[in-house]
Design a protein around this ligand. Sequence first.
Ligand SMILES: Nc1nc2c(ncn2[C@@H]2O[C@H](COP(=O)(O)OP(=O)(O)OP(=O)(O)O)[C@@H](O)[C@H]2O)c(=O)[nH]1
Length: 492
Amino acid sequence: MVLAELGNKLSAALQKMQAVTVVSEEVIDRMLGEVARALLEADVNVKIVGELRKAIKTRLNFEEEAAGTNRRKTIQRAFVEELSKMLDPGTKAYDMKKSKSNVVMFVGLQGAGKTTTIAKFAHHYQRKGWKCCMVCADTFRAGAYDQLRQNATKLRCPFYGSFSEADPVKIAEEGVRQFRREKYEVIIVDTSGRHRQESALFDEMQEIRAAVEPDDVVFVLDATQGQSVGDQAKAFHEAVDIGSVVVTKLDGHAKGGGALSAVAATGAPVVFLGSGEHFDDFEPFNPRSFVSRLLGMGDMRGLVEQIKDTVDNKDQMDKFAKGTFTLRDMYEQFENVMKLGPLNKVMAMIPGIPQLVGEDQGGNRLKRFMYMMDSMTDDELDGRVDLDKCPSRLDRVARGSGTHPVEVHMLLKCHKQFERVVSKMGKSGLMKGGDANMAKQMQRNPNNVMQQLHKAMDPRMLQQMGGAQNLMNMMKEMSKLEGEAGKGGSLL
Ligand SMILES: Nc1nc2c(ncn2[C@@H]2O[C@H](COP(=O)(O)OP(=O)(O)OP(=O)(O)O)[C@@H](O)[C@H]2O)c(=O)[nH]1
């Protein structure tokens, strides 16, 4: 989680309020004081902090007049909403259109992380099935061409650039024209890093903009620069009309709050956060989800939306409803989880599940399991042969996947556990019609669902997910989202 330190301080301030018997005016003032200090330490602008404090206080006074409101809950809600507002300029980012060429031009200061971000951006959209490509119009920095081309090769993403052509406007124009002709959906244009004092480079950026007519101009902003990026962001905005912002280098940087709040000056929304040098260190930004996660409250909305984007397996859910769950089904479930992104990031969105320390291990474990299943025959995957009873087959799977037979045993054990859960839930009728139906049943008869969950799930697994009550809350959230995600769904 980015800005973990700030998140810990903010949730500690809120938790203290849970511990007192009476939430008096004094307790609230103390809490707001702590919140303000934490935000200032994270480099958020002092004026913004003052406004936030005032806004929360005003809301509390106003909302408390409504009889019967729970003071702690009101404070928590006001807190989340006001913090989210602080990060939300209220404008919408460009919405990428499927089956059309969307041209996205990246701009930013030197070394802000544009080239790296472009690779992450392409990877993000490729994973969702978009046809992406890249154009390198950075003729200023030696090495930019190679860096982008290498990333493009790693991602198997078509690339346009030139070693010999010195005019970035010409390259950008030709590259975009070619990719438009070839009907690429996401055409990403990299430009040279520049500074607002360099007027020639600013002119050039405007010329590129005029030549490629982008649908969106993304400003890449380095979080380590703190509040000072505000002025730069404004200068870029005036020159090329920034449509959205990506904040990079938020990994472990205590002062990232400064950059995040400075973005508000441009009026353009932050769309992604970068938190490392790998392609996966990239997450969509939604102010409300971000604040919920910052405060350790999980982010069901984000998770459900991510699942909706990646998973579409109604037939599979119907099959599970009959209690059938083969190794092949498990493989597909693992694939769905992998498509959502790194496992620790997925886990962080689920309320009640603490961030697993060194969780990438979990991701690696899944990958190894998948290698083993890749080495299986159709009969083995579809449950027509019981691998547990055929040691020679089991050894073959281990050899084929470069793993140890003990690990293959572990995989089979894991599959048996899931099979048991699916079979019990299937028999109980809970899964008929997918998660949406589960949510409906839960609204009608929550006690019954709670009992079924207790019966179906391994108590340790249930405990790890924050208990049956927490699972119910998660499902309630899902049903609030009109059960849309329930049309598909991932079991894991
Ligand atoms: N820790 C961390 N490093 C990052 C992140 N994004 C980029 N970097 C690093 O920042 C450095 C500069 O990134 P580039 O992508 O080359 O920057 P650029 O904006 O294209 O540079 P110019 O073309 O000179 O403007 C590289 O060492 C990247 O690995 C991030 O989110 N976290």
